[in-house]
Design a protein around this ligand. Sequence first.
Ligand code: 13P
Ligand code: SF4
Length: 321
Amino acid sequence: MSYDIAADIQRLKKEKNAVILAHYYEEGDIQDVADYVGDSFYLAKMGQQVQQDVILLAGVVFMAESVKILNPSKTVLVPDLEASCSLVKGAPYDQYLAWRRQHPDGIAVTYINSSAEVKSISDVIITSSNAQQIVESIPKDRKILFGPDQHLGRWLSKKLQRDFVLWPGACEVHVLFNAKKLYELIAQHPDAVVIAHPECDDTVLQYAHVVGSTSRLLEEVEKNPAKKFIVATETGIFHQMQKKRPDVTLIQAPVMDSGCSCNNCPYMKMNSMEKIKHALESFNPQVGMSEDLRLKAKISLDRMMDITSGKTVSWPTKFTV
Ligand code: 13P
Ligand code: SF4
């Protein structure tokens, strides 16, 4: 009989009173061993609500940091502390702070794909599934600084007809989708519905019938009666799409270099079943931060949670850090 690592992980979860939260971009075996699978907003909310003592976040580190900020009494584990994100790397604290100081009257709307330090100097956090609702709650006469993803920002700015001062960051995975090749692929499959994540650049997004968060794209595949979808996001999500709709054909949107597997997120794909097992056994690696930083970063995350649960929030008039 072959060794069953999934069974070992299930046993460890019970023994350690642990829960596994996984993002849609993880490998299928990791998604299948998780208790909850979802987009970054859903994972933050679940991280705040779950009762177990230990939370293992199978995703990238900023997702685990958000859980720790919102639910500090839990032990928060990750499979690999190196699992970062190009948006986090492209928005260092010092530079973000200098940018904020250049626009002290602006409200800083920051994507959850950011470090805890950057969250601590932001006014509100957004994810791709709640960005529109949050920006719409900001008074029209206020200037908006939007970072670190310029593509999500540009897409939202067009959609809401509102100007943003954009930070020039990007997702290194989504920017690889190629508009010319996508155009040619659509010509070969005129019956396909094109769905794309807003981290893609606007030359790609112009061809999409649906633009949305990972959960929105999954919902489209689940509910749209079409039989074929061209998907411009990370390949991990195909696992849930195919589970929900085994009858459809899913075609990965093309990248420039057709031989590469570069539309896999290298950070998400650092995680493995072995690393999950190790983290649960050893309680290592853990995500942590100083209490001072946590409390500062919590302000912007709390605003996100308040707005999305229908509460009215107030906005600072000036940035004073
Ligand atoms: P979602 O919030 O849509 O899951 O996106 C997270 C992410 O990192 C996309 O690259
Ligand atoms: Fe970051 Fe892009 Fe990976 Fe998402 S897919 S975690 S935005 S590098």
